[in-house]
Design a protein around this ligand. Structure first.
Ligand code: MN
Length: 250
C-alpha cells in the first residue's frame, strides 16, 4: 500500500466498521483493486460529522477455486474482483456525490424508495454479494440440523420440498436477480428480487432477515453453465453453508 493511501484506507475501514457493515469484520480494498471512495480529507471530515455509511467489500472466505467443480474459479474471480468490487465503488460514489447521509446499511435499505437508481442498485449489489459469499462454503451442502431443520420441515413440509420451492424461485426469476430464504419475524419465507434488490429494502416484495441467497445473474454462472441456469441451481446446493444459515436463524 502506498503511504499516501494508508490514511484513506484506515479511514475507510474505520468508517465501515463504525457503520457495522453487514456484520462482518474484514475490510479489503487492496486485493480487489477497488479504491476507497473517500477522495479527500475534507470529504471524510464532512462524512465523519454525520457518520455516513460507506460500503465495504468483505474478504472472500475461501479461494476462488474452493467451490469447484460446482462454481468455477474464473467465475469466482471475475464475480468478486470485477462485479462486486464495482458495486462497492459505485455505491460509495453515489453516497458521496448525492450526499446520502444514512448511518447504517439497515437504514440505507429501509429508505430505498428515496434512493437514486445508482445508489439502490449498487448498494444492493454490495450487500447481496457480501452475504452470498458467506452462505457458501467448500465441501458443504447436505442438509441443516437443529432449529432451522425443524423450521424448514414445519414451513415447507420437508427439506426436499423446501429445496424445490427455493429452486423454483431461482428459476422463475425472469432476467437478473436473486432467490432468498428469509426469516420474517419467526416465519420462513422464500421469494426472489429483481436486479440487486434485497429483502432489507422497503420496496421489496419479500422482506425479512436473509438466511440464504442465490445469485441468478448470468454473470454468476454463464462461463460454466451458459444458458443452463437449472444446472447451476441444482449444483449450488453442494456449496450451501448451512452452518451460517443456522447461525443467522436466531
Ligand atoms: Mn453477482
Amino acid at each position: 500500500m502506498k503511504k499516501t493511501n494508508r490514511r484513506e484506507f484506515v479511514n475507510t475501514a474505520l468508517k465501515a466498521t463504525l457503520a457495522g457493515t453487514v456484520g462482518t469484520s474484514m475490510i479489503i480494498t487492496e486485493a480487489c483493486g477497488a479504491k476507497p471512495a473517500l477522495q479527500t480529507a475534507a470529504s471524510y471530515q464532512e462524512l465523519a460529522t454525520t457518520a455516513a455509511l460507506q460500503f465495504a467489500q468483505v474478504k472472500l472466505p475461501y479461494d476462488y477455486a474452493a467451490l469447484e467443480p460446482w462454481i468455477d474459479a474464473m467465475t469466482m474471480d471475475i464475480h468478486y474482483n470485477r462485479h462486486h468490487a464495482a458495486y462497492v465503488k459505485n455505491a460509495n460514489d453515489a453516497i458521496t456525490d448525492e450526499k446520502i447521509g444514512f448511518a447504517t446499511e439497515k437504514e440505507f435499505f429501509a429508505n430505498t424508495s428515496k434512493l437514486s437508481a445508482k445508489a439502490r442498485n449498487n448498494g444492493g449489489g454490495v450487500y447481496n454479494h457480501n452475504f452470498f459469499w458467506q452462505v457458501m462454503k467448500p465441501n458443504s451442502g447436505g442438509a441443516p440440523g437443529g432449529k432451522l431443520a425443524d423450521a424448514l420441515n414445519g414451513t415447507f413440509g420437508s427439506f426436499d420440498k423446501f429445496k424445490e420451492q427455493f429452486s423454483a424461485a431461482a428459476l422463475g426469476r425472469f432476467g437478473s436477480g436473486w432467490a432468498w430464504l428469509v426469516n420474517d419475524n419467526g416465519k420462513l419465507k422464500i421469494g426472489s428480487t429483481p436486479n440487486q434488490d434485497n429483502p432489507l429494502m422497503n420496496i421489496a416484495d419479500i422482506k425479512g432477515t436473509p438466511l440464504l441467497a442465490l445469485d441468478v445473474w448470468e454473470h454468476a454462472y454463464y462461463l460454466k453453465y451458459q444458458n443452463k441456469r437449472n444446472e447451476y441451481v441444482a449444483n449450488w446446493w453442494n456449496v450451501v453453508n448451512w452452518e451460517e444459515a443456522s447461525r443467522l436463524f436466531q
